[in-house]
Design a protein. Structure first.
Lengths: 305, 305, 305, 305
C-alpha cells in the first residue's frame, strides 16, 4: 500500500506554485473572496483510514459536486426511468450551453451539466416530501458529519446572478421537460450548490461509490452495485465539464468537480479522494486540484485503466 | 393606377381554397379559437384612399407586427445607438432560437426576432415615462384610430406560456444586454404582442413608412426619411422570420408578419397594404396572407425591385 | 436628375482616407499584389449614359460577382426548378461556412454563398454544351465588351488554395446534391471567379437587372421581368455575405460584392453602379467600396426603400 | 475465475433474436453483402488463454477499430506532441460531423472521430518510411497472425464513396492542420479501414492495452504504461462515437467499434474481448455486439468501475 500521508504532503508542497495561477470564480461575492492560497486534500480508504493535508478540514462551497448526490436521490426514486428525461452522453459543449439543448429538443445531454441537473432537481422535487431535508440527510449520512449545512448567502447570490440557469430552466420547460415552477426548481438547485463541505467530508461522502453503492461504516445500501458503477461511469465521461476527456486521460479515474474549487475522485474498491483549491482553469475545474489528482494517481500508480 | 378594389376582391376569392390549409397558432387559447375562415385585406394609398375586402375591419392580435412600432419608439429615443445592442442582419434561424445568441454573446441578430424585440423593449422601458401609454398613443396616432387597445387576456396567456421568451430574456440578461427586471420586460413585451388592430388600422398605421417617415394626413414627422427607409430595409431582410429571403423573392416588398396571421407590406412612395388570415405556414407566416400579398404585387406590378 | 459625374468625383475624393484601411485579400498572390490605392467607380443609366471616375476602366478579378451571371444562366436553363437544390434565404453565417449545410442536409441557403454557387455551377455544367464559352459570351454580351476574359493564373492559384471550396463540394456531394465530378465543378467555379472586368464593364453588364431583364441597348431579353426582379431581391437579402442586412440598411439597394474588391449595385428602372477598391472590411466586402455606395445613395437620394 | 467459454456460448444463444434487428452498413457493396446472421466473440486473457464462440475466427472489415492502431503508431513516433493537433474530448456529435471542426478551427476533438483519424494518418505518413507496411507489421505482431491483410476492394469502394471524408480532409487542410496531399491521406485512411481481422485476431491484438502496453507473449513494449492507460481512457470517453457515454454506462469498459460490426473491449490487467455482428444500431455501433458486451460484463462482474 502506498504511503498516502507522505504522498499527500508531497503533493501539497509541489502544487504551491500553481495556487497563484488560474482564476477564482467571481460571479458571486462569497466565492470571489475565498483566498486562492487555500489548498486541502483528503483520502479515505475502504477500510476507513483517513489521510489529509493542508486545509482538508475546512468547508467550502461544493457547487456542482452536489449533482452527484441529487442524481443519487433521483436514481433511488425512479431508477432508469430518469434516462427518459436526461441523456448519458458527454456534451461536447460548455457546462451551461443552450445550443445542444435546442438541437436536441430540451433533453439535456447528461445529469452533470446544469441543464441535466435542473431536470434531476425536478425529479427530486416530485419524489421527495421534504427535498432539502432529505438531501441534507443523505449527505450527512454518507459523510458521517451531522454538521454539514447549506450557506443561504451563497444561494441568494447565486439566485441574484442566476440568469443563465433561469434561461436554461425556462428553455427546458418550453420543451415540456420540467414540471415544477421554475422558481422552485431554481431555489432547490441553488440550495444544493450552496452546501458547504470539507475535503474530509467529501472523501468520506463519496466512499459508497468506491464500495459498490454501500456505505462502508454504516453498511447502508445507498445504491445498487450497478447504479454505483454507472454513476462512476458518468463521472468519468461527464464529471468535469467539457474537460472530461482530458481528465480521464490525465488523471484516469472518475471524478466530479465544482466551481468552488473542489474535485472528488473515486477509485473503485479502494478509496475516495477529495481536493480543494479555489482558482480554476479555463474549463472551470480547479487548476491546482486537477494537477494534484494527476500527481496522486501517478505517484500511487492507481488508475482504472 | 391599378383598380385596387377589384384586385382585392379578386384576391379574396382566389385565396379561399388556401384558408383551410396551414395551422392556426394554438399555443394560447385566445389565438387557437380564431376561425380559420377569416380573411381581410386593406390598402391605403399615400393620398389617403382606402380599399378593403373581407374581414378587413375586424381587429386581431397583431403579435410581432408590434415590433415595428417599438423599434420606431426606440429609434426616436436613442437613434443609431440602438445598434450597439442589437444587429441588423437576418438570423438564418427560427425566430425564437437561442443558438445564434450563444455564439454571438447575447447580441441579437436584429430587432424583429424575439431576442431583438426584448432588447428594444428594454430600451423603450428605459427612455419612456409611461411606455404602454406612449406605445398606444403612437399606434393610435399613426393609424388614426383612438380605439385601438391591448387584450389583457392574450397578454396573460402569453405570459403563462412564455417559457421560451423568458429563456431568451434571462439568457440575454446573463450577457448583460438587458437592464430592467426580466418580468417588467416580458410584461411590456406581452402587452405589445396583445395589441388588437384591423387590416385597415394596420394599413393606415404603416403608411408613414411609405411616406419617408411622415404621417400623410396629420403631417407629423414620426421618423426621419433615413430612419423610415432603414426600417423598410430591415423589414425586407428580417421582417418575416426565417422566410424573409423567400418573401423578398416572391412578394418583393418590405413586410412584417405576426403569428396572429397578420402581415403588413409597404411600397415606398405609394401605399401600405395589410392582410389577415389566421392559419400559418411552416415558417410561422400567414399562409393565405403570404399568397395574397404575392398576388397583390403580381397583379399590380408593384415591387421595389 | 442628379449630376452623376460631380457626385462620383466627389466620392472619389472623400473615400481617399479609407483606402489605407481594411485588408487586401491575400490568400492568393495575384490578389495580394493589387495596390490598395486603386479606386474606380462607374454609373450607367438606362438611357445609356456612362459616368466614371478613378480607375473605372481597369479590369480586376470579379470573384463572387460572377455568381450573378451563373445564376442567370441556371435560371435561363431550368427556371424555378433550381430552388429544389438551393434555397433563397440569407445564411446568417460566413460565406464559406459548412455548419448550416450540415444542419440542412446539403441544401445551400442561397446561390450567393459558395455552397450555393457550387450547386449553380453543377446546373450550368449539366445544361450548357460549352459552359465556359457560354458564360463568357453572356457576360461579353451584357456588358458590350468582347475583350472580357478569364485570368488562368488566378484560377490556378484559387485551385491550389481551394481546400475550403473542395470541402464544400465534397460535403454537398455526400448529400447527393451535386452530379458532376468534383474537379470539374471546382474548375468551372474557379474559372468564373477569375474573370476580369472593369467598373464600366460591370455597370453596363448589370444594367439588364435594372431594366426588367432586358439589355437596354441590344434589346435582348436575358431574363423575364419576374426573374430579374427576383435576382435583385436575392442580391438585397444575400448579395453581400453576412453583411447583407447592414448593406440594405446603409446602402439601400440590391448589390453583389466580390473578394477582389468590386461591388455592383442595381437601382431598378434607373441605373447600375459599380465600384472597386481592393481592401476589404471584416465581412469580406470592399471597405471603401461600401462607403462609396452609401455616399452615392445618400447624395443622389436613390433607394429602393 | 468465470467460466468464459460457457459465458460466451450463453451470450451467443441469447443474442440470436437481436441479429435480425439493426441495419447492416450499406454505403459500400462489400459491407452491404455481409450476412446479418454472422456472430462471433472471442476472449483472450493475460495468461494467453483463448475462448471463442460462433464466427470468431472469420475475418471482417475492422474499419474504425484501426484508429487505435494508427494512434499507437503516432504516439510511438511523436508522443504527446500529437495533442497539439488533435484533442482528447468526446465530440458530442456524430463521428463525421464538420460542425465542431468549424467552431474549433480545424482541431478535431479526438483521434477516434474521422477528422481526428485523418490527422493521425497525416502524422503516420510523416513519421514512417513505409506506413502501410509498418501498420500491417504492427497489427500482425500484436495479434500474432502474419496473414492479416487489407482488402483493396473495400478500400476502393470507400474511396469512390468517400465524399464526406474528402470534405473533412479538405476542411482540416484549409485550417492548416494537414500536411500531406489529400489523396495520400485518404488512400492511407481507406487502407487502414479495409484491414480484415477476426474476433480472435482483435482480442489478441488489443491485449497489450490490458497489459500496460506490453505484448504478453512476445514481451515487446509497444507503448509505455502511461500511454496504454491513456489509450484506454480515450476509448472509454470517445471509442464508440456519440454513444460513448452510454457504452461506459452500460458496458463499463474501454472499447472501440467499427462500422463493419466489430467492437473490441479491454479490461485492464485481465483480458481483451472482441465481438462481431454486422447489423448496427442508430449510433453506428454493432447492435447485437453492444448487447453481447453488456451481457459479458454483467455475467462476469468485470468492470473498471
Amino acid at each position: 500500500m502506498p504511503d498516502y500521508q507522505a504522498i499527500l504532503d508531497e503533493i501539497r508542497d509541489e502544487v504551491q506554485p500553481l495556487l497563484v495561477q488560474g482564476h477564482v470564480a467571481d460571479y458571486i461575492p462569497r466565492l470571489a473572496c475565498v483566498p486562492r492560497e487555500k489548498f486541502g486534500m483528503a483520502v479515505v480508504t475502504l477500510d476507513g483510514q483517513l489521510y489529509q493535508t493542508g486545509d482538508a478540514a475546512e468547508a467550502f462551497s461544493i457547487q456542482s459536486i452536489s449533482k452527484v448526490y441529487t442524481l443519487t436521490l433521483a436514481l433511488q426514486s425512479i431508477g432508469d426511468k430518469l434516462w427518459q428525461r436526461v441523456g448519458r452522453e458527454p456534451s461536447g459543449n460548455a457546462f451551461n450551453s443552450l445550443v445542444q439543448l435546442e438541437l436536441e429538443n430540451g433533453l439535456p445531454r447528461n445529469p452533470f451539466i446544469n441543464a441535466g441537473a435542473l431536470v434531476v432537481a425536478d425529479v427530486v422535487l416530485a419524489t421527495r416530501k421534504d427535498p432539502r431535508a432529505q438531501l441534507l440527510a443523505a449527505i450527512r449520512g454518507c459523510s458521517g458529519n451531522p454538521d454539514i449545512r447549506d450557506d443561504p448567502e451563497v444561494a441568494l447570490s447565486e439566485k441574484a446572478n442566476g440568469f443563465r440557469n433561469a434561461a436554461l430552466a425556462n428553455f427546458i420547460r418550453s420543451f415540456g421537460n420540467l414540471e415544477h415552477a421554475i422558481d422552485d426548481i431554481l431555489d432547490f438547485y441553488f440550495f444544493q450548490c450552496s452546501l458547504a463541505m470539507s475535503c474530509v467530508d467529501l472523501a468520506r461522502g463519496f466512499l459508497f461509490l468506491a464500495n459498490q453503492g454501500r456505505c462502508p461504516w454504516s453498511g447502508t445500501n445507498i445504491l445498487s452495485t450497478d447504479q454505483a458503477k454507472r454513476i462512476n461511469a458518468l463521472m468519468l465521461t461527464c464529471g468535469t465539464y467539457d474537460a472530461a476527456g482530458d481528465f480521464a486521460y490525465q488523471v484516469g479515474i472518475p471524478g466530479k468537480s465544482g466551481v468552488g474549487g473542489g474535485i472528488v475522485g473515486v477509485i473503485p474498491n479502494q478509496l475516495a479522494v477529495a481536493v480543494w483549491s479555489p482558482a480554476l482553469n479555463a474549463k472551470g475545474n480547479s487548476l491546482a486540484g486537477s494537477a494534484a489528482l494527476e500527481r496522486f494517481t501517478a505517484k500511487t500508480g492507481l488508475s482504472i485503466f
